[in-house]
Design a protein around this ligand. Structure first.
Ligand code: MF3
Ligand code: CO
Ligand code: CO
Length: 271
């Protein structure tokens, strides 16, 4: 997630990817999705988030021949983000943080391959989650899918936020405002900012060749968040549960392509 710059005034010419760029975005996106599939079997009670980080790092470097983008990015110390229960995003993996039955954990993977980034995350349930946790996680995932389905040439950025917001708030969950999705390509966090709330037909018009992430952070309680003293970990102010789901998306001539699509996704890869 990128920190929202509320008064950002830029000429905002969004870079359109060439067919060659898109081929590379597809390749790195597929690797990022595969990494989330790979890590699933290790997510169980008793494992530390530090161990999950080591597994992902080794897989990235040794198997996928890619670079873990978070490592040393603006001083981030690890290769993935692991955000447990009330942690909204950018949780730092640690050997002290042991997952227990009933936890929910978001694993956020960003890879670089051939100079391009692929960024994706999902919230996993550890053991048997509460009914509330299950509802929250499935609401978050569905909200991402609704955002994705709003993507097509001629639609506006605000259509994505609108689709997410109406669905989430109808179900009485709340949306984190301080962090957003982002343009992505050779740059990890590029323009435009992709807000997870907003009004239809507002914001820039979507054009084929744009690539950006959509990554709603959905809270069970109030929307307010707080940054911890480590300057990375974002938590809910009320310490209630929060979930996140993220894909990297390409605007195509007819709609969208989910560049980080996985076999367990329940949205169609192209639409
Ligand atoms: N992958 C996160 C995102 O979705 C960003 C992580 S930046 C890091 O934008 F430095 F915390 F890794
Ligand atoms: Co992102
Ligand atoms: Co991410």
């Amino acid at each position: 997630a990128a920190i929202i710059a509320p008064f950002k005034v830029t000429a905002m010419t969004i870079e359109l990817k060439t067919p060659d760029d898109i081929e590379k975005m597809r390749a790195v996106g597929a690797l990022a999705g595969q990494q989330l599939e790979m890590i699933e079997e290790f997510i169980k009670p008793g494992v530390s988030t530090g161990e999950l980080d080591r597994i992902c790092h080794a897989y990235t470097v040794d198997v996928q021949d890619a670079i873990p983008a978070p490592l040393n990015y603006r001083g981030f110390p690890k290769s993935i983000c692991t955000s447990v229960n009330h942690v909204v995003c950018h949780g730092i993996p640690s050997d002290e943080k042991i997952l227990k039955d009933g936890d929910i954990v978001n694993i956020d993977v960003t890879l670089i391959k051939d100079g391009f980034h692929g960024d994706t995350s999902k919230t996993f349930c550890v053991g048997k989650p509460s009914i509330l946790a299950k509802r929250l996680v499935s609401n978050c995932k569905e909200s991402l899918y609704r955002g994705i389905r709003a993507v097509k040439p001629g639609a506006h950025l605000g259509d994505i936020g609108y689709a997410i917001q109406t669905y989430v708030e109808k179900n009485r969950f709340s949306i984190v405002r301080e962090y957003c999705g982002h343009g992505i390509g050779k740059i990890f966090h590029d323009d435009p900012q992709v807000l997870h709330y907003g009004n239809a037909k507002t914001g820039i018009e979507l054009k084929p060749g744009m690539t950006f992430t959509i990554e709603p952070m959905i809270n069970a309680g109030k929307p307010d968040v707080r940054l911890l003293r480590d300057d990375w970990t974002v938590v809910t102010k009320d310490h209630k549960l929060t979930a996140q789901w993220e894909h990297t998306i390409l605007v195509t001539d007819s709609g969208y392509e989910v560049l980080t699509h996985r076999s367990d996704d329940t949205i169609e890869r192209c639409g």
